[in-house]
Design a protein around this ligand. Sequence first.
Ligand code: ZN
Ligand code: ZN
Length: 213
Amino acid sequence: MKIYQIIEGRHDHHKDENNLTVLPGHTGSVTLVQSEDKNILIDTGARGTWEETTKRLKQIGIDVLDIDIVLLTHLHLDHSYHVALFPQAQLLAWSHDWKSGETKCLTNDLNAGPLEIPIKGISAIRTPGHDECMNSFIIEGAEGIHLINNELIHLEGKNVIVSGDAINQVVIESNLEKIPYAYDAELYRASAQKILDQKPDFIIPGHGPIIFL
Ligand SMILES: [Zn+2]
Ligand SMILES: [Zn+2]
């Protein structure tokens, strides 16, 4: 199993040579996991990142039609904008059912079941707080993470969590004191702690560089 950084999540505003903001300055991370001959994409980036995503996939030798499964950490558009552009992919996300008014995730119960993922070595945990439907993904047994700059982090049995917006560097450094946007700060804290309790060696956050623990 291999992990590829497709987009590093960011919330800054790059300027081009004419001092114009390069869009999108804000996007969630996009991550590819190759396992059991399947290509699994975790999150699909913000509006304006499509070219960036397809260029990187091409570099790895993958076409959008080769994506078998799309996993979404949550439905905020900076993470899910291009979800419909992988026509062969099975979509696994936890969402509100607007039609019936029911949702599969309207619960503050941290123990309510997470997404079930049919790939060995990838599992989900529920991490609400920033968003009610948040799932974070645990990846076990990957050989390495291929970074955007083509550097390789060897994992050798180390574990990775793709967290979405359930945790970030600031939250960890502040010992869970500084909480970013959350509809429920206490729930956010509990979810962040739940991620740390898994003892990941690396976290790929929704925004910002990979976190080494
Ligand atoms: Zn985000
Ligand atoms: Zn979000």
